[in-house]
Design a protein around this ligand. Structure first.
Ligand code: DQQ
Length: 590
């Protein structure tokens, strides 16, 4: 088959605010993503409820979405495919919906690219990745489900017409499936092929997520032709007692600098990242490590914990992420799915569920110990009205309202400083075994601290009946300071649906406090607060459903609830505009 043969950032004047000081009052079942509700899978959406829909995050006009699939840049166009239910707002009937963009901000919806129609995918067209083959030819690897027992195989699809700039139509050739599980593989947990990479030996490789017993693993396959694949005897990597691994992502990162690398890069000066989505915890874990190309083995650095206590791409509601290399800007970009935290009944009533987070550029931190993630620069084109605060002191219990922007749809960047670390609270040694999220649930934003809690009160109602605080608390542990970053949904809504999920998401921030500053950026968008601590070292996404703090009734405050005074060095906040987000475009099936 010859397909495989080689061949203006600130448009509005900003407003300088004086600091007004108001006293801060001291008031005081994860829905597993693919829980199946057969009776609701095809209840077509009659009415879409807008109140919590996002203004600038990726969403289709209605219905359920989950994992981003096969993101790629091809001939000047960005493509995003994603798992989509065309018939309802709970998981089911999954197809690969398809949208294209010139800037990763404005999106044009197209017809679904891949949907069940053949013996090798009749029961499901699940997640996968795109690879650009030599000769500039894109190919998709995806998981097909072939029977009611959920037997999974790996298939490929190619564009019907390479000269169509949007690659609207995709073909699934009859020599599918390309990869079938052998007897040693759990064939009902065998999915989500990665972008393939080419080794020096001329063989392509791809990874498939799986589980054996309770050991999570990435099974590796090799191929010279891309058509005939052979299993490598050992997995690229596996970890005992981690359960099923979904959506693996494996890519090189430069040791110095923020540029991205193509998956097939095999020069010096790079490390590798292995990211997996752990089905049991529904979080995304990664390690920084070394890929031995001769032995085809990956070994995490000894600074990277390999398992549930390891680094997470995001400590909040973020799953099934997938990255791609963007050659036009020489960067690696990560997409992730943020599921709803409300109930299934709510989703049916809303007529929609799931968003994609803002694409993030990612690179290796200069310490070499972790990734750094930052919203893509194109997001700044949506910034409108700007407000700036600087040099504002917040004593214990103070809070300042940030006025003059639309707090329900905003981008906020703030740098805090403090003059001493002396008042940092002691870190209780019994917390050492807890997750950061548990410590945040104990301490939160309302328990007065020493150095912190300080940060933002996002999506807040005027009298603070509802708010989602995003904040830092600094602790003094035996040998070092520990910076806790929280995004706490526990008071985000007066709606008290029993099964509504309102977690106190949190992560630690490995940051040097010598300069006595900490920075925070939050992207606030009606039902999502996506936050980046210390320039993107720790990221947390929360989904929240305020009842009072909606539209023009949402407020934004900066607060300090610690005994050490805090200074806002600078705070820049912008109202965010609304991009063209999958508005109809000669298209019938949505
Ligand atoms: N979602 C897909 C699977 C993947 C899971 C099915 C992760 O391929 O493992 O919709 O959210």
């Amino acid at each position: 088959m010859n397909y495989f043969k080689k061949s203006s950032l600130f448009p509005f004047p900003f407003l300088l605010l004086c600091c007004s000081i108001i006293v801060f009052f001291n008031n005081g079942v994860v829905n597993a993503s693919h829980k199946v509700f057969p009776e609701l899978q095809s209840t077509s959406t009659v009415d879409v409820k807008n109140v919590h829909r996002t203004g600038y995050h990726f969403q289709p006009p209605k219905n359920w979405i989950n994992d981003p699939n096969g993101p790629m840049y091809y001939n000047g166009v960005y493509h995003l495919f994603y798992q989509y239910n065309p018939h309802g707002s709970v998981w089911g009937n999954i197809v690969w919906a398809h949208s294209v963009s010139m800037d990763l901000i404005n999106w044009i919806p197209l017809e679904p690219a891949i949907y069940p129609s053949k013996v090798f995918d009749n029961y499901g067209t699940w997640s996968g990745s795109a690879t650009i083959l030599p000769g500039n030819k894109p190919i998709i690897l995806y998981t097909g489900v072939v029977d009611a027992n959920k037997t999974q195989v790996q298939n490929y699809a190619i564009p019907a017409n390479l000269s169509d700039p949007f690659l609207r139509k995709w073909i699934k050739p009859d020599n599918n499936p390309l990869i079938v599980a052998d007897v040693n593989i759990n064939k009902a947990q065998f999915r989500d092929p990665t972008t393939a990479w080419l080794g020096r030996d001329g063989y392509w490789r791809t990874l498939i997520g799986s589980v054996l017993g309770n050991k999570g693993l990435t099974i590796m396959y090799k191929s010279k032709s891309f058509m005939k694949w052979k299993k490598v005897q050992h997995p690229l990597h596996s970890v005992d007692d981690t359960g099923n691994w979904e959506c693996p992502d494996f890519f090189p990162v430069l040791l110095d600098g923020t540029n991205g690398l193509d998956a097939s890069y095999n020069g010096k000066n790079a490390k590798h990242i292995l990211k997996v989505s752990l089905d049991v915890t529904r979080f995304e874990y990664y390690t920084v490590g070394t890929y031995d190309t001769k032995k085809d083995r990956y070994t995490p650095n000894n600074t990277s914990i390999d398992g549930w206590k390891g680094l997470r791409l995001d400590y909040g509601n973020y799953y099934a992420s997938k990255s791609f290399y963007d050659p036009s800007k020489n960067r690696r970009i990560m997409w992730g799915w943020s599921n709803e935290s409300d109930t299934v009944d709510d989703d049916v009533k809303k007529g929609w569920a799931g968003i994609q987070t803002i694409p993030r550029k990612l690179w290796l931190d200069p310490t070499g110990k972790q990734l750094v993630q930052w919203p893509i620069q194109e997001l700044q084109t949506l910034r409108e009205q700007k407000v700036q605060l600087s040099n504002c002191k917040l004593e214990k219990g103070d809070k300042i309202e940030v006025k003059g922007i639309t707090p329900a749809q905003a981008d906020v960047e703030v740098t805090f400083s403090f003059s001493s670390l002396d008042k940092a609270e002691p870190f209780d040694p019994s917390w050492a075994d807890l997750y950061a999220q548990d410590v945040c649930a104990i301490k939160g934003s309302k328990v007065q601290g020493g150095l912190g809690p300080f940060g933002l009160l996002t999506l807040a109602s005027k009298k603070l009946e509802e708010y989602t605080p995003v904040f830092f608390r600094v602790f003094k542990a035996q040998d070092k300071y520990k910076v806790l970053m929280c995004s706490d949904a526990s008071r985000s809504t007066l709606e008290n649906g029993k099964t509504m999920y309102k977690p106190s998401f949190a992560g630690y921030v490995d940051v040097d406090l010598t300069n006595k500053t900490l920075s925070l950026r939050s992207l606030i968008d009606h039902s999502v607060v996506e936050s980046f601590g210390a320039g993107g070292k720790t990221c947390i996404t929360s989904r929240v459903y305020p009842t009072l703090a909606i539209y023009d009734n949402a407020h934004l405050f900066v607060f300090n609830n610690g005994t050490e005074a805090i200074k806002i060095e600078t705070l820049n906040a912008w109202s965010m505009g609304k991009p063209k987000m999958n508005w109809s475009f000669g298209h019938s099936s949505y």
